[in-house]
Design a protein around this ligand. Structure first.
Ligand code: C2E
Ligand code: CA
Ligand code: CA
Length: 413
């Protein structure tokens, strides 16, 4: 097994236990009025604090939960948790807002969804309009009839329904005839392409018109820049959800935002800058260097597994900065081995991850610190000095290899 399959394997095994041990929790991402910045609602996003892997992204564990069927229990867990949270906000006298919950299509195939929601609302004395269900477009394509009948039942109870990730499935527009959705959420890939692509901007503008014609509210997801925000505002998009206004935040932070009630766009570029390992002189490669990484030790126990490809961006006597598709936690008790070839020489380093920065949904930038004796470190520093000179004199030598490595092993989106 390589690191990725090993991780998925352990996630699947640990998930049921995690539900009981309360390793899951929710974060809330506000949705604001495009014109005023007023918080109108928020999306509940599930987080898993795994004892060994650290924070695991839902992009990793939701597919595993769908495969094992545990997604149904997870959906019910989220509904109950959100309902209790709404009750507690009400008790505190906070000026709170409706919360939207992501529900897997598998939950719609089981009869318990409607009763779970009914019970949760009743127990917490909540109005049905305080809960919104988000359903992805692809769910409609695969399970259409069952899903629609449950949607109708929920709709008649007064639960609002949003069509999520709109624009990512095929024949998107025909989905709109199947049910009278209350909210249309335009997917972030569309929104983020608007800056670069005139066509995407035109499509978005027309989607807003179309949705309004069908009496739906339009939410733009994944708004990260002022440009995207201005263009959406110009085109009459109702609500914005994205890092520009707020990342998903834990309850304590969300409550503070509710107290203020309004959000302003933030400059998010700065916090994304990755601070490398500064103490030692770094050699930066003109193109990332391919390497193999494996886990040697986990939780003070030796493990044996296959390797995963990574790309090294720079190296110093302190460590390397690399990019990978795999999500690993910052932990001193996960000892990794990185092996690569540099100018005809095999190099192997053991060390730990000391920093991480997610650069996209799929890619993460890591700071990896070598475990080295001072003597070895001094030797490495010398080798790196020579490497720097060689790179300066003849940058074309490693270049072709770098390009090849980058294009064959990782898809940079
Ligand atoms: P989604 O429903 O499309 O949720 C929105 C995702 O976009 C969230 O990712 C959010 O953190 C991210 N996001 C929000 N604003 C921005 C932005 O400005 N830029 C970028 N790049 N991303 C932004 P997250 O929390 O990682 O969740 C990923 C997906 O996992 C969700 O996508 C949803 O499909 C699924 N998920 C999360 N929680 C649950 C849950 O409780 N149940 C189910 N069934 N699925 C869930
Ligand atoms: Ca969603
Ligand atoms: Ca979405």
């Amino acid at each position: 097994m390589d690191i990725e399959s090993y991780k998925l394997f352990t996630l699947e095994q640990d998930m049921r236990k995690a539900l009981h041990n309360d390793e899951f929790f929710l974060e809330y991402q506000p949705r604001v009025d495009t014109k005023t910045g007023k918080i109108l609602s928020a999306e509940a996003l599930l987080r898993w604090n795994h004892p060994e892997w650290g924070r695991v992204s839902p992009l990793e564990f939701i597919p595993v939960a769908e495969e094992s069927g545990l997604i149904i229990d997870i959906g019910e867990y989220v509904i109950r948790k959100v309902s209790r949270q709404l009750y507690s906000w009400k008790e505190k006298g906070l000026n709170f807002v409706p919360i939207s919950v992501n529900i897997s299509p598998l939950s719609f195939l089981k009869n318990s969804l409607v009763s779970t929601i009914e019970e949760a609302l009743e127990e917490n004395h909540l109005d049905a309009a305080l809960i919104e269900i988000e359903l992805t477009e692809s769910s409609l394509i695969n399970y259409s009839e069952n899903v629609i009948s449950v949607l109708k039942e929920l709709g008649s109870m007064g639960v609002k329904i949003a069509l999520d990730d709109f624009g990512t499935g095929y024949s998107s527009v025909t989905q709109l005839k199947k049910y009278k959705f209350d909210v249309l959420k335009i997917d972030k890939t569309f929104i983020q392409a608007m800056d670069k692509n005139a066509e995407d901007a035109i499509i978005t503008a027309n989607l807003v018109q179309l949705a309004h014609g069908l009496n739906m509210q339009v939410v733009a997801e994944g708004v990260e820049t002022f440009e995207q925000f201005y263009s959406l505002r110009k085109n009459g998009c109702d609500q914005i959800q994205g890092y520009l206004f707020s990342k998903p935040v834990p309850n304590s932070v969300f409550e503070q935002k509710l107290l203020i009630g309004n959000l302003k766009p933030q400059n998010i570029k700065e916090e994304n800058v990755f601070k490398g390992l500064r103490k030692y002189a770094r050699v930066e490669f003109p193109y990332p260097l391919e390497a193999d990484m494996t886990i040697l030790e986990l939780n003070h126990k030796s493990v044996k597994m296959g390797s995963t490809k990574i790309l090294i961006e720079d190296i110093s006597a302190g460590g390397v900065k690399f990019v990978s598709k795999i999500k690993l936690p910052v932990r001193k008790d996960i000892i990794l081995l990185i092996e690569t070839m540099l100018l005809g020489e095999n190099l192997a380093f053991t060390g730990t991850i000391v920093r991480k920065d997610e650069i996209s949904d799929t890619l993460t930038n890591y700071g990896f610190q070598f475990i080295l004796e001072e003597e070895q470190r001094a030797g490495l520093a010398k080798t790196l000095d020579q490497l720097q000179i060689q790179l300066e004199q003849n940058p074309s030598v490693p270049k072709s290899r770098f390009i090849e490595a980058a294009s064959s092993h990782l898809n940079f989106e």
